[in-house]
Design a protein around this ligand. Sequence first.
Ligand SMILES: [Zn+2]
Length: 280
Amino acid sequence: MTSRQGFLGAGSDAIFADAQIGVVGLGGGGSHIVQQLAHIGISHLRLFDPDSIDPEGTNLNRLVGATATDVRVGTPKTAIAARLVLGINPSADLVLVQKPWQESIGILRNCDVIVGCVDTFRGRQELERAARRFHIPYIDIGMDVHAFGDDYLLTGQVFLSLPGDKCMTCFGLLREDLLALEASRYGAAGIRQQVIWPNGVLASTAVGLVIRLLAPWSPQAIGPVLLEYDGNRGTVVESTRMGALKDYPCSHFQAYDDIGDPFWTLSLTQPIKGDHHETK
Ligand SMILES: [Zn+2]
């Protein structure tokens, strides 16, 4: 195959073909991301979502790859994503997890990068914790619609969380009051209407970070990145919090089992990081 990604570096095609990316949550954000990763040439995808498409058809306005037939038969979101990927790359190596990711932790921990597209603060906190424990970069996307009388503010953010560096709590993306409020509302915090165009902006921004991690074509050093989306203005800018927190180390992952995986073992039967393409 001729190289399609010249400016990303000579070896980028091979890097993308070897990389194993986990996408948790295959709704409005995750489905966009999966589509882009397939087009880029990421062959090994680990796709997590316990849900099927909503029979009322409310997902159709934002779920990339979904059809009216899927609504009628209630297709699992993992199956919709798989069909999308295999239509682009028939030889893709897919692992579909149609249950909570926590029940397939062994699949998650072999990923090179995890992208989280979940819609609760609690879910994002658990994913970041798992990613830190397994020493895996975690990219989180989130979007909110805030109502002010008759007006709406459309905001979102993309965060790259690197093990050993500043986390979502450092940046105020996870706060005790948000977690407590969410728990008191049984998980339905605020207005989280996901719509396809802001999802597309956030998803593309997240995929840009995946590419920077795998094929660092930009001279800018990679560190924790918080990019803020203003849907009303149509802008994505680096958060001012990045500068404000520059000299503050993360104090939230200090315990013995916060970083590092105590159950990680070398085994001939267990695929290990870096060797997963040999074992598919
Ligand atoms: Zn922190």
